[in-house]
Design a protein around this ligand. Structure first.
Ligand code: FE2
Length: 417
């Protein structure tokens, strides 16, 4: 297959991308062929080619459960946790039920050009059937999607009576990443212990770490400093991710200045979830209401890796969501005051290269000769318009095969101008 007249994201000019089998064989200046008469050629007419989108933070075992057994009235993180806990008692799902929901959600993600996903999985259920389901899903979808599993002690590592035991069991069963939720533990001390324990387990089982960290509008919630400091001391920052960190939006600037010195040295990754946290945070504020997003712009300016994720597809924490990450980026740029030109034209890095770094994808990712032919094409020839119009993914190519093709909508207008 040859992709003719392609624009590569962030690069000038037009290119012909030749794919041989599962590999990108060559990338050469466009020969201005139109693709006519060649069944193996696709004329992209200047449309942008990128590496596949990366979803660094989703909960596939929760997907498509919003409204059962009840809707989240307060819209808060804590009511979400209560509803999920109730659901587990009331709705007796089988492993197969969970798999079917996860597969439906993955299909939405594939449609939107995602080929790498990190999903958190609740390991507070003593049967661990959610994890069993997702371990099977991970194998089944491999031809179309790479899935990383985070063992998340949703009801607390120490708040849940068997939290620690279940987390360790989940890691032995094959979860790739150690999770945590320190702001949900009963005391500050338990929260600190849970972060330290997560890092200890990551070392013991050679796993990555991704903590739901300070997802609260409490300026006193400071587990991030513990996570960063411990990662720094152990020298494993590149394997550690802090998700949400919404409390950082409420920290005073003097403390934040000091914190940033540690973050720069620790080399940990951040995931911000703009749609979910605009929805969940500020729920206990009267006016003015906080946006509840971490300091994305400032972290990026400090050279810290940040990616964007969706978090939820219709679950007790967030009632909407369809897997579309460009929409997350568009909203996130608004919410983080990043709607300046330079941030707009580089914004898709938040859901491509930055996400890949977070997931620890070291090799083979990117539109480069010799890499796997895993690519997407979006329906625009401009980095700027990609955000302004939330350009749809028109092709997703995996191992040299087109796995998604979307025909953009056509509009006819009867107006005199
Ligand atoms: Fe989450």
């Amino acid at each position: 297959m040859i992709l003719q007249n392609a624009k590569i994201y962030g690069q000038a000019g037009k290119w012909d991308i030749a794919i041989n089998g599962e590999e990108i064989k060559s990338i050469t200046p466009a020969a201005n062929n139109s693709g006519d008469g060649d069944d193996n050629a696709v004329d992209l007419n200047g449309k942008i080619v990128l590496p596949p989108f990366v979803e660094p933070h989703i909960h596939l075992d929760y997907a498509l459960t919003a409204g059962t057994p009840r809707w989240n009235k307060s819209g808060s993180v804590f009511e979400g946790i209560e509803i999920w806990s109730e659901r587990k008692q009331i709705v007796k799902e089988t492993k197969e039920d969970i798999k079917q929901r996860a597969l439906k959600a993955i299909k939405m993600q594939i449609k939107h050009g995602i080929q790498h996903v990190r999903t958190h999985v609740d390991v507070s259920d003593p049967t661990l059937k959610g994890l069993e389901a997702l371990l099977e899903v991970k194998e089944e979808v491999k031809p179309w999607m790479d899935v990383q599993l985070v063992a998340l002690p949703q009801e607390g590592l120490y708040t849940h009576p068997k939290g620690e035991e279940l987390l360790e069991k989940a890691l032995k069963m094959g979860a790739d990443v150690v999770g945590g939720i320190p702001h949900y533990e009963l005391t500050r001390e338990d929260g600190v212990r849970s972060v330290i324990k997560a890092l200890e387990l990551a070392e013991k089982y050679e796993k990555l770490v991704d903590i739901h960290c300070d997802e609260i509008d409490d300026e006193q919630s400071r587990y991030l400093e513990v996570l960063a400091a411990e990662a720094l001391k152990l020298g494993i920052g590149d394997r550690v991710t802090a998700s949400h960190t919404t409390a950082m939006a409420s920290y005073n600037d003097a403390y934040t200045y000091k914190l940033f010195q540690t973050l720069k040295k620790a080399n940990i990754h951040f995931v911000a979830l703009p749609k979910a946290n605009l929805h969940l945070q500020g729920r206990f504020d009267n006016y003015p209401k906080r946006r509840g997003l971490t300091r994305v712009k400032e972290l990026l300016e400090a050279g810290v890796n940040v990616s964007f994720g969706l978090d939820s597809i219709m679950d007790p924490w967030y009632p909407l969501g369809d897997g579309n990450l460009i929409h997350v980026v568009e909203i996130g740029l608004h919410a983080c005051h990043m709607t300046d030109y330079d941030n707009i034209v580089t914004a898709l890095e938040l859901i491509t290269t930055n996400g890949a770094k977070t997931l620890g994808i070291k090799e083979g990712y990117g539109v480069k000769e010799g890499n796997k032919a895993n690519l997407i094409v979006i329906d625009t020839d401009s980095e700027y318009e990609a955000i302004r119009t939330q350009a749809p993914v028109i092709y997703s190519i995996r191992n040299g095969e087109i796995i998604v093709e979307t025909k953009p909508a056509e509009t006819t207008m009867n107006v005199p101008f």
